[in-house]
Design a protein around this ligand. Sequence first.
Ligand code: ATP
Length: 275
Amino acid sequence: MASPASQPLTHDAIQALLRTKTFGRTLHLFQEVSSTNHEAMKLAQQGAPDGTVVVAEAQTAGKGRLGRRWYSPPGANLYCSVILRNQPTDDLAGWLSVLPLLSAVAVAKAVQLAAGLTPSLKWPNDILAGDRKLGGLLCESSLSGPTTTFVIVGVGLNVNSHRADFPEDIRDLATSVAEETGRPCDRAQLIAAILWELEQYAEALLTRRPDLFLGEYARLCTTLGRRVRVSLSGDRLLEGLADSIAPDGSLRVTCDPSSGGGMVEVRAGDVVHLR
Ligand code: ATP
């Protein structure tokens, strides 16, 4: 008999495991989409309710940050996007800047719950096992004037893929939950756990100050305390020690003298962990 891990995802299997109030109660499951974020964006623009979830067995144009591609083969992994419509009435900017980091914490906790593996996080929202990448998040928002109409939280996670099957350019950088634990992981349980954790955080983040959550992020973030190289816009590079997370989710780096010294708060940039 096929293990649940290798079975195709079904709407019923996922919904039977949900403990959430709204996340995933409206669920769209596709065999293949360009990207679940793209599909969720279309649904949100057509008025899909808060907590609507898009799951796909494969993505033909899975997206990472800055238009990068996310390798998304069929049948083994998790590609999932959630539409968030509820936003705080005050400090929307603080909420928006912390949400991607908190979503990464939620996914890490869900992996721990469903698979017994504790991932770490690389700033801002890579999900790692050791130095290899297990997953990533892509948060996209739709703005209308000064207000945000909705945010999409997209998750791509390598669950049951074999390392040997990854494309050559990421084979030495990527891993999967099954590779790390040595056993296949039930994807429906993992989706239910992610939606549960995300809903808990999203609810709490509506009523509490965003910066109160960053301690939890910092505990999982292995960028902190490491030497890093950061590529900033305009081809600017800096090297230094990743010191802490600022209240808005930026990475504070104490720069080497060769990078000008002093403390810099990086809001957006590519970070490489140096040895
Ligand atoms: P970095 O991982 O260098 O910090 P990033 O945070 O910008 O980059 P993402 O946008 O999250 O990365 O993901 C895109 C990058 O991840 C790709 O450029 C590729 O190197 C790598 N990648 C693509 N698909 C996968 C996958 N399935 N598993 C692990 N890594 C992947």
